[in-house]
Design a protein. Structure first.
Lengths: 108, 405
């Protein structure tokens, strides 16, 4: 766990027509020296449209590795500091590429 | 012509039966959902009975919405279920009206659940990623200009960190195939809503009724007349589910029918005398007949019905709803309260997104009505409607609201 000021961030599912599509997964901290050795940072991060998941973390590079339940189609997942609008990471996903193995990279 | 309605019902039933046989063998044309019969047998405490049969031909518009086309035929009797299959023309009007019509229904099939409990363990998911990334490395070495190949100039340090969305097309397709193969046969992609919801529906019904009545002729005297009139109805319905278990249904219907005259007369003509007990004794007799004076009046009715209900949260095997019904037309306004309760008796559940569920249902609808008349006394009624239904959804469509035309 890197040292530094703790940040309150939220993970948001947006730009989807589905009210039920749910992203479920974990936050991994990326070891920048050896990216193959990522470490689990926060588990059980679950979010759907209008229901973000909030957690506390420290500055660093992270990945949200997740799968999709209860919905299909295109959607976006983004991470931002609570109370701000600037995305720390924001990407488009689509269940046409499968329901599992999704990865969102973001930097706090 | 009495055989015609019966023949039509038999033809509809045969077509429906054949369609169900196709469903059971699993045949399915691309774009089309399995064809199923839709049947309804209704009886109520006023003695009215209706049997309706439709062939439900459904087209999958996409994985969420399905359009159903239901050409329908129905027979109805006013004196009980037993009279449904008999026809009699000795009364004031024909007692076996036959109707044809149909409805178009846009179904919301709901969304499909990936079923997390059946997803592959992380090590298997990692193996798929490694295979897919390897495929991209091969493709990108051969064609560096391919989309997303900028990520595959060198092997990524951690293949699990690559989303399928960020792979080359061939790698992503391989990943999707491997995932789909692992899910196959596990029946995980179940409909989140558990049943198709008839989001929008429109329906129409047409038929003819034959009336006998007394009509004035040129010399001013009444004479017996027979005439056939068209009757029709149009309806539209909207259903939505709020949250997971609360249903809201709105139905509107417009109908044009005939209402018999309330003025009746009796006339008698001399008949053959009846002999007495002693020879030569006789008594004069008359034969009397009844008739309604004047042609049945044209009557237009409009009905609005709003229902709010609750659906079984576990398996959607029952639901109930309640709401007001307002009917206006002619010389009266009828205010009513419907409380339909649906109980699933049997079901055939599809397994994939191309399969469609089919349900056998019992619907019991207590109905309280208060009829406000412009002329005469108001009337209160209690009606219990019992129905056996075979259809795709736990919900009915707009045709239901006009089936007692």
């Amino acid at each position: 766990m890197p040292t530094g000021e703790k940040r309150r961030v939220e993970l948001v599912v947006h730009e989807t027509t589905s009210k039920t599509l749910t992203a479920i997964g974990e936050i991994y901290e990326v070891n920048t020296a050896d990216p193959s050795k990522s470490e689990l940072d926060v588990s059980d991060i679950k979010a759907r449209l209008g229901w973000p998941s909030r957690f506390v973390t420290t500055p660093g590079t992270y990945q949200y590795r997740f799968h999709v339940e209860k919905g299909t189609g295109k959607f976006r997942v983004g991470v931002r500091e609570i109370g701000t609008t600037k995305w720390l990471g924001n990407d488009e996903f689509d269940t046409a590429f499968g329901f599992s193995g999704k990865v969102l990279s973001f930097t706090v | 012509m009495v055989w015609l309605p019966r023949l039509a019902v038999v033809v509809v039933l045969c077509l429906a039966g054949r369609s169900l046989a196709q469903e059971s063998t699993g045949s399915n044309s691309p774009g089309f959902a399995p064809v199923v019969p839709s049947v309804q047998l209704t009886g109520d405490t006023s003695g009215k009975a209706t049997f309706r049969a439709s062939v439900d031909v459904a087209l999958n518009l996409n994985e969420r919405y399905m359009m159903s086309f239901l050409p329908s035929g129905q027979v109805q009797a006013t004196e009980g279920l037993a009279n449904l299959l008999t026809a009699d023309d000795d009364g004031v009007s024909t007692t076996l009206p036959f109707r044809v019509g149909g409805s178009v229904v846009l179904h919301d099939l709901g969304e499909f659940d990936s079923g997390t409990s059946n997803l592959a363990p992380p090590e298997l998911e990692r193996a798929w990623k490694v295979s897919a990334v390897d495929r991209c490395l091969q493709v990108c070495t051969a064609s560096p200009e391919t989309k997303n190949c900028d990520r595959f100039k060198a092997p990524p340090p951690d293949p699990t960190a690559v989303s399928p969305e960020h792979m080359c097309a061939e790698g992503a397709a391989l990943y999707v195939r491997l995932e789909a193969a692992s899910l196959e046969g596990k029946s995980v992609r179940r409909d989140v809503k558990l049943f198709p919801v008839p989001l929008f529906s429109i329906a129409g019904l047409w038929g003819q009724e034959r009336y006998k009545f007394l009509s004035p002729r040129e010399d001013g005297l009444l004479t017996e007349a027979k005439r056939t009139f068209d009757v029709w109805a149009l309806a539209a319905g909207y259903t939505t589910i709020v949250g997971r278990n609360v249903s809201i249904e709105a139905l509107a219907a417009l109908s044009a029918s005939r209402e018999e005259s309330e003025v009746s007369v009796e006339w008698c003509v001399p008949n053959v005398p009846v002999g007495g007990d002693t020879p030569g004794q006789s008594f004069p007799t008359t034969a009397c007949k009844n008739g309604l004076v004047g042609a049945p009046a044209f009557q237009r009715q409009a009905t609005l019905n709003l229902l709010v209900g609750f659906i079984d949260p576990a398996k959607a095997q029952w639901r109930f709803a309640a709401g007001p019904r307002v009917t206006t037309g002619g010389n009266q306004i009828t205010l009513g309260l419907d409380v339909p309760f649906y109980l699933q008796l049997a079901e055939v559940l599809g397994e994939g997104k191309d399969k469609v569920d089919y349900r056998g249902l019992l619907r019991i609808t207590p109905r309280v009505e208060y009829e406000l008349r412009k002329e005469g006394e108001d009337e209160r009624r209690f009606l219990l409607v019992l129905e056996l239904l075979g259809q795709r959804s736990l919900f009915s469509n707009a045709l239901d609201s006009i089936s007692n035309l």
